[in-house]
Design a protein around this ligand. Structure first.
Ligand SMILES: *Cc1c(COP(=O)(O)O)cnc(C)c1O
Length: 389
């Protein structure tokens, strides 16, 4: 089999199929002189809200801003505590801190790698027993992260949130179009339509990516949507009338036009990712010491990443790199052990599941246009590693 280079990510092919359309987005912006805000941003917001089955979508400048604005708009204040998981990109916790709140971690489920709902319930039970009042120790919000494109167990999370009066903000930055079967509602629900609000990122490498930076908040809550529209635009609902201080956090018109054009392809791209995931599963099943992703019956993952596990992670990654196959680590150091969070006082052993998987996970090449031959080459290389070591 030929040993062609297999990149981890392909940001060329999806744009070459749409090149003429994307260039015309830029030309239209130049000819209309509308670069920030305007009809193209509104059109994209409407179409993305429809895609996510939500009442509102507010375009912002990044996924990080989307998370921060969602927290602030949902009423999180200075000194509040917000729960999330240690195995996420640092943007999740940065947004909590930037909203003025304090980060608290809860460990993850060893099969789905998303928040462990039993541990969440235990944590809340304990913090409420310690303090029956409304002090800062009692968490006010939780951010479930739909990691790798797979939705967290939202029925359980919403039930726990109701019991403990928690705001739920979904981190859907890796999960555009992912679905979850809600037993409560007896229907499939889209990522971003279940919590009070949700954050999406349009960073180029995400399943729906801009040609630059971008993000969005989706919500069914009119008040939250209105506040986010103000937060992204210096606190103004009307020009130079500032109800509050806000930020410079808007989505620009060129990115909105590009996203609008790429959104039409997203269902097809997600389906291709799922097909690629099935094929990987077929090629990699029953290999000694290798764990493939677990997709429960109640979710439809959009496979932002295809992540396997092995105790020989370092050696396998090196072996693949020697054979021209690029891989990634999402994420190698859990957040509670990062230098940036030393002040929170967590130590090794606090979140054993997150710590264990951080040393074993390996993200394989995954994108819509990944070819069968490329997948076979990846799988053959992994098999020959397992036979050799
Ligand atoms: C990408 C990402 C973010 C941040 O999005 P940006 O657009 O890069 O700011 C937040 N959370 C998760 C889980 C992400 O993957």
């Amino acid at each position: 089999m030929p040993n062609n280079k297999i990149p981890f990510l392909d940001l060329i092919t999806p744009h070459s199929e749409l090149e003429d359309e994307l260039i015309s987005v830029f030309r239209d912006a130049l000819r209309s002189g509308r670069f920030v805000g305007g009809p193209v941003v509104e059109e994209f917001e409407e179409e993305f809200a429809r895609y996510c089955d939500t009442k509102h979508c507010v375009g912002v400048s990044s996924g990080t801003d989307a998370l921060r604005f969602a927290l602030i708009a949902a009423g999180i204040r200075e000194g509040d505590t917000v729960i999330t998981v240690p195995n996420t990109f640092i943007a999740t916790t940065e947004a909590i801190t930037q909203a003025g709140a304090k980060v608290a971690f809860v460990d993850i489920d060893p099969e789905t790698y998303n928040i462990d709902v039993n541990k969440l319930d235990d944590y809340l039970k304990k913090s409420h027993a310690l303090d029956s009042g409304r002090s800062a120790c009692v968490p006010r919000a939780v951010i479930p992260v739909h990691l790798y494109g797979q939705i967290a167990d939202m029925d359980s999370i919403m039930e726990i949130a109701q019991k403990y009066d928690l705001v739920v903000i979904e981190d859907a930055c890796q999960a555009h179009g992912a679905e979850y079967f809600s037993q409560k509602g007896d229907c499939w629900r889209k990522a971003g339509s279940i919590g009070r609000a949700a954050a999406f990122s349009f960073y180029p490498g995400k399943n729906l990516g801009a040609c630059g930076e971008g993000g969005a908040v989706t919500t069914n809550d009119d008040d939250v949507a209105q506040k986010i529209r103000m937060l992204r635009d210096h606190g103004q609902a009307k020009k130079y009338i500032h109800g509050m201080e806000g930020y410079n956090g808007r989505l620009d018109a060129i990115q909105a036009g590009i996203l609008k054009s790429k959104l039409k392809k997203l269902p097809e791209w997600s389906e291709k990712r799922r097909q690629n995931a099935y094929f990987y599963n077929e090629l990699l099943c029953n290999l000694d010491g290798l764990v493939t992703p677990y997709e429960p019956r109640w979710v439809k993952s959009v496979y932002h990443l295809f992540v396997i596990r092995t105790q020989k992670r370092e050696a396998l990654q090196e072996f693949l790199a020697e054979k021209n196959i690029s891989t990634g680590l999402h994420y190698p150091i859990p957040l509670h052990l990062q230098e940036a969070y030393k002040h929170l006082g967590y130590k090794e052993g606090d979140f054993p599941v997150s710590e264990e998987i951080a040393g074993e996970i390996l993200s394989l090449p995954m994108y819509p246009d990944l070819a069968d031959d490329q997948q076979r080459q990846v799988a053959e290389t992994i098999k020959s590693f397992i036979q050799t070591y």
